[in-house]
Each structure stands twice: as structure tokens, then as C-alpha cells.
Write a protein that binds this ligand. Structure first.
Ligand code: ADP
Ligand code: 5GP
Length: 210
């Protein structure tokens, strides 16, 4: 039977962008734990796996030849070089999830976001900010996953990433994790109530007048 609230299936695209170390993965994990029905876009990367990262769960870890082959075959919905490595979003799984009516969450950099803003204009684009440079530095160091030179490179790139913030529809400051999460959750849920997320709804309710 047709669900009166959802006459046509349409998944929502939710895109989260932030300078490395701000807390994006932490917030993604919390949102996916509370809403397990949200699909997550698993990216391909040429970066080396960190301790604890699993191929096919956190990323698809590829070498440059494998990445370039996918790129040439048009298999990415967006891609970019970030902090010296290549990253790309595989098109097919995203299209399949959206077609089934699943919401899809993306954790990608600002260059990828700019591409998705063009190809997926109905997406909800959220920029997450650290409360300060000093705090970002502290988080990147205390995460203990990257060498000092990688941490420094990510800090240098953070300024460029912050400069892209005005292009985003929503901003969240991740000072207090609990509050940042509650803001992200509100934005995600509010996005689902937009007319563009509910094709056919108005027509379906109006048809009961006839
Ligand atoms: P990103 O995915 O943006 O690179 P992470 O989610 O890996 O960042 O977070 C970087 C570090 O900061 C982690 O050690 C994480 O536990 C910590 N962190 C995340 N959010 C907060 C917060 N609000 N306050 C303090 N530390 C945080
Ligand atoms: P990390 O190496 O810390 O996992 O990610 C580094 C940066 O690459 C983060 O800003 C992350 O959001 C971004 N990233 C991850 N996957 C993709 C992707 O598929 N495309 C783009 N453009 N950026 C990505």
C-alpha cells in the first residue's frame, strides 16, 4: 500500500564537510548509529589505511593505477586530490541507494562538495567548523593517526577549507560534541520536510479531494 506521507521514493543527500580533525567522522558515526537506515557513501582513496581502518568499510583502498582506471571509466560522481592523495565517490552505490529511497550521507572535502552542489542541487550541504585553530591542532595531534608532517599539511590546508564555508547552506561549530550532534540531527531531519524531498506528496493529498 502507498504510504500517504511518501507517495514517491526519494532519498535525501546529506553532505558533511570540514577541515581534517574537526570531528566529522565522530559525528558521522553518531548519526549512523542513531539512524542505521541512512546509507553511507564509501569512498575510494589512494591514502594508506590507518590502524583499525577496514577496506570496504571505511574506504576502498586503491593504488593510483586502480584509482585512475575508475576515473577514466567515469565511475566517480566526484573526485579530488586532498592532502596529497586522491579520493573519489563511486557513482553506482550512491545511485542505487537513492533509487531505493534511502538517504545517503557523504563525508567529503570542499572540492568534492562543490562538484556535488552542481550535480545534486537538492542535497543538504553542511560545513562543520572547529572552534579555533589551536583546538583543531590539538585534535589532529591527539588523534594520533598521522605523522607530524601530515598533521602540518592538514593544518595548512585547513585555512583554504575554511574559506569555502560561505558556499554552504548550514554551519555547525563543533565545540561541544553533544550540541554539534543535536544541530546536525536537526538539520538532517528538517531537510526531509522540504518540498524537494517529498515529490508527489502535495498531489497525493490533494487527490483525496476528488
Ligand atoms: P575528522 O573526521 O573531521 O578528521 P575526527 O572525527 O577523527 O575528525 O576527530 C578528530 C579528533 O577530535 C578525534 O580524536 C575526536 O575524538 C576528537 N573530537 C571530535 N569532536 C570533538 C569535540 N567536540 N570536542 C573535543 N574533541 C573532539
Ligand atoms: P581522511 O584521509 O582524513 O580520511 O580524509 C581526508 C579528507 O578527504 C577529508 O576532508 C574527507 O572528507 C575527504 N574525503 C574522503 N572521501 C572523499 C571523497 O570521496 N571525495 C572527496 N572529494 N573527498 C573525500
Amino acid at each position: 500500500m502507498t504510504d500517504i506521507r511518501r507517495p514517491e521514493k526519494k532519498g535525501q543527500v546529506l553532505v558533511l564537510c570540514a577541515p581534517s580533525g574537526t570531528g566529522k567522522s565522530t559525528l558521522v558515526k553518531k548519526l549512523r548509529a542513531e539512524f542505521p537506515q541512512i546509507g553511507f557513501s564509501i569512498s575510494c582513496t589512494t591514502r594508506q589505511p590507518r590502524v583499525g581502518e577496514e577496506n570496504g568499510k571505511d574506504y576502498y583502498f586503491l593504488n593510483e593505477d586502480e584509482f585512475n582506471e575508475k576515473l577514466e571509466n567515469g565511475e566517480f560522481v566526484e573526485w579530488a586530490e586532498v592532502h596529497g592523495n586522491f579520493y573519489g565517490t563511486p557513482k553506482e552505490p550512491v545511485e542505487k541507494m537513492l533509487f531505493k529511497g534511502m538517504d545517503v550521507l557523504f563525508d567529503i572535502d570542499f572540492q568534492g562538495c562543490m562538484q556535488l552542489m552542481e550535480s545534486m542541487p537538492d542535497g543538504v550541504f553542511v560545513f562543520l567548523m572547529p572552534p579555533s585553530y589551536a583546538e583543531l591542532r590539538k585534535r589532529l595531534k591527539s588523534r594520533n593517526t598521522d605523522s607530524e608532517s601530515v598533521v602540518n599539511l592538514r593544518l595548512r590546508n585547513a585555512m583554504k577549507e575554511m574559506a569555502s564555508a560561505p558556499k554552504f547552506e548550514y554551519w555547525i561549530v563543533n565545540d561541544d560534541l553533544k550540541r554539534a550532534y543535536s544541530e546536525l540531527k536537526s538539520i538532517y531531519l528538517a531537510g526531509k520536510n522540504r518540498p524537494c524531498s517529498n515529490p508527489g506528496l502535495l498531489e497525493s493529498i490533494l487527490s483525496t479531494w476528488e
